[in-house]
Design a binder for this molecule. Structure first.
Ligand code: SAH
Length: 395
């Protein structure tokens, strides 16, 4: 008996020949055999040529995700072990100045649907696809073998699981969680709640950007919008900011941010906290005549998909425009988008439009992206989601 297979429609093999690791359901002509969700299938062109071994999921718009491009390679625990080892070796070579790192980043590490983040001695696993779920036990064993002194916590509660027909799964998989989990980033401490925090607990992807942005903070009044647990503001304070105003709609996040000031021995007198909607708060700050020398805009995902890009564009334009109106001459704006549905090019256009409407001239001082432990493969552009513009007002 030959392995179950997906036969593609004529012409639909092109993206796979370029090593893009997804097969959309609309590209599939026929399914041979009766593969269950998560089972390994051979993907073949209409002419029958082998393209890849992939994990099948009949419930998803992405009907298959590639495990291997080589017909001779077997999809088994040994393959997963090789991929995990390569992912760990890559991070080790990065010499990241933090004990909090993304160790596995899905497709970019050849492990579709698998995310593994490390927070000191706690690992957080997030499985988001049927293929990854099918290998759950094997993955946990391989990870535990390699990092035996770490606890492993399952945070497979990302919304994208619903698109794969998977229910949320959370809970402890190995070891015990410490009462108080503290990570270290560039000499600063942050408390991470892996059970209830956003994503897997912390925004690891912004690590480099926090340092780059904080480098402009000395002596300036800083406005940290969408502050979450305050990371950008803490870095700015440590770098000598005159003051930091942090805004978030979550009182709980601001409480944690406040605690981070004390945890790092920083001056609480220089901090101001505002529990508010950023869209409204920016207008009120303008009415109050406030000005800032450094503004950070790090909003949540406005557009997960391209279909929502237009509505997201209005949101980005609004906050950027209203932030620019608060910027001192010579001041800095660090503006981010983590929307997969908004390209870097579109984002820059939106921000340029906002600057025009605000009547402010801005110079692009740096383009920012996600930290290198969230690698971007040229074959898989979807892996690039975080875009940032570091701008300086020139007049
Ligand atoms: N900059 C943070 C991450 C920001 S995550 C860091 O580096 O850690 C986005 C934050 O925006 C969340 O804390 C969420 O509570 C907040 N948020 C979402 N919508 C908001 C709104 N309209 N106004 C204010 N805060 C909002």
């Amino acid at each position: 008996m030959s392995a179950p297979a997906l036969i593609l429609k004529p012409g639909r093999e092109k993206s796979l020949l370029r090593r893009h690791p997804w097969v959309y359901d609309g590209a599939v002509q026929r399914v041979l055999g009766e593969p269950a969700a998560g089972a390994t299938v051979a993907v073949r062109s209409a002419a029958g040529g082998f393209l890849a071994w992939a994990a099948y999921n009949p419930a998803s718009r992405i009907a298959a995700r590639v495990w291997s491009w080589h017909e001779a390679e077997v999809v088994d625990a040994a393959l997963l072990a090789r991929r995990i080892d390569a992912a760990l070796a890559y991070r080790a070579a990065l010499r990241i100045d933090s004990d909090a790192q993304r160790l596995i980043y899905g497709e970019a590490d050849g492990l579709p649907g698998v995310v593994l983040d490390r927070y000191a001695d706690v690992l957080v696993l997030q499985l988001t696809t049927a293929g990854a779920e099918a290998w759950r036990e094997g993955l946990v064993d391989l990870i535990a073998e390699r990092l035996p002194h770490c606890a492993i916590y399952d945070r497979s509660d990302a919304e994208v699981r619903a698109l794969e027909g998977l229910p949320p799964r959370v809970g402890l998989l190995a070891g015990t969680l410490p009462e108080d989990l503290i990570i270290h980033e560039a000499g600063l401490k942050f408390r991470v709640d892996v059970v209830r925090g956003h994503k897997t607990g912390f925004y690891l992807d912004q690590r480099d950007n926090r340092r780059i942005v904080a480098a402009q903070a000395a002596g300036r009044d800083v406005l940290n919008c969408f502050a979450y647990t305050g990371a950008f503001g803490i870095h700015a304070l440590a770098a000598g900011a005159r003051s930091v105003l942090s805004i978030d709609s979550s009182a709980e996040a601001l409480d944690q941010a406040r605690a981070h000031v004390a945890l790092n021995g920083l001056d609480g007198e220089r901090c101001e906290w505002l529990e508010a909607d950023v869209f409204q708060a920016l207008r009120r700050l303008r009415d109050a005549g406030r000005r800032f020398g450094l503004i950070v805009l790090d909003p949540p995902k406005f557009a997960p998909t391209h279909q929502m890009a237009e509505k997201a564009a209005r949101g980005y334009k609004d906050i950027n425009l209203n932030a620019m109106r608060l910027l001192e001459p010579g001041g800095w704006l660090a503006s981010f988008s983590c929307s997969g549905g908004v390209s870097a090019e579109l984002f820059q256009k939106i921000v340029a439009g906002a600057a025009w409407d605000a009547g402010v001239r801005l110079r692009l001082r740096a383009r920012l992206t996600q930290a290198a432990d969230h690698p971007i493969d040229l074959d898989y552009p979807e892996g690039e989601y975080l875009k940032g513009l570091l701008l300086q007002r020139v007049d």
